[in-house]
Design a binder for this molecule. Structure first.
Ligand code: SAM
Length: 285
């Protein structure tokens, strides 16, 4: 049962300055329950050439949210059980960190929640030391100026980094140009940051997820989904008919030929580890 945005007191309490509006974490979770983005992202990541093909991996998930990406990675049949021996969830939101721990309970031997922003003093690269893989999935839009550069420039040499964000011409990015200029500009700046990196190898690939179009017409799910897609509260009393019609035109442009699904395309930037040796051996933490 999904609550209406205005009724979610727990969500309002967890409001943080970096969220587009107070109930964003709930909208994000509704989106992830409705779309297949977790599974698509997880199977894409573990199929990448730089995903380490060995046992005992140590992962750090930066902006882990409720841990669903890591849960989908450990649940994926391509990823042999017990290949991940430790996960560090790094997120400023305590409610989401608690959910993340629950999501992988009994599936990963060591689970370390770290309640922090990546930019907080002493957090990075310390929290990433000894990790084989660092994930930053759909978090860069919430980071402050300079935080993404700090992540990449201080990446431990033994760590492979995957940064996933909505593609420049994806439904999210095109909607944000209309409805959430700040996040549109941050997303475009993040792509530019990644394209400017010259001193490391970067591999670029694409992930496509889908949302059933019918869910965008159901009450109250549609309010949550539209708000998440637009990164602002999109309940009808808060939006002009003109904006709503522009939003639906963009959704139409990203709807597949059968009319059943809206496609969400993300770009995955992959920074292979510089040091091929096993991370745990590299730095004793
Ligand atoms: C859109 S959610 C994505 C969650 C998860 N990566 C996923 O794809 O399912 C973004 C998460 O990043 C967290 N976050 C926001 N700013 C952050 C920062 N500066 N450093 C680390 N995490 C941050 C938020 O609390 C939120 O849980």
């Amino acid at each position: 049962m999904i609550a209406h945005p205005s009724k979610s007191k727990a969500a309002a309490k967890s409001a943080r300055a970096e969220f587009p509006w107070s109930e964003y974490p709930v909208a994000w979770q509704v989106f992830r329950e409705t779309a297949d983005e977790d599974q698509q992202t997880a199977s894409h990541l573990i199929g990448r050439p730089s995903w380490p093909d060995r046992k005992g991996l140590v992962l750090i998930d930066i902006g882990s949210g409720d841990g669903r990406i890591v849960e989908a990675i450990v649940g994926n049949k391509l990823q042999k059980q017990h290949n991940i021996s430790e996960v560090r969830f790094l997120d400023p939101n305590l409610m989401l960190l608690t959910k993340a721990k629950e999501a992988v309970r009994g599936k990963i031997p060591v689970v370390k929640p770290i309640q922090a922003h990546l930019r907080d003093e002493g957090v990075w690269p310390l929290s990433g030391r000894g990790s084989d893989v660092a994930l930053a999935v759909h978090v860069v839009y919430l980071m402050e100026d300079g935080e993404l550069t700090h992540l990449i420039e201080n990446l431990p040499p033994e760590t492979t980094l995957f940064v996933v964000l909505d593609a420049p011409t994806s439904v999210f990015t095109e909607l944000w140009a209309e409805t959430a200029k700040l996040y549109h500009d941050r997303a475009m700046a993040a792509h530019q940051t990644m394209e400017r990196i010259r001193d490391r190898k970067v591999i670029v690939s694409e992930i496509t997820a889908s949302i059933p179009r019918a869910e965008l017409r159901k009450h109250p799910t549609a309010d949550w989904l539209l708000s998440l897609l637009c990164y602002r509260d999109m309940r009808s009393q808060n939006v002009s008919p003109r904006m709503l019609s522009r939003v639906h035109r963009i959704l139409d442009q990203h709807t597949g030929p059968t009319g059943d699904v809206v496609h969400c395309r993300s770009r995955c930037y992959e920074f292979p580890a510089l040091d091929g040796s096993h991370a745990a051996a590299a730095i004793g933490i």
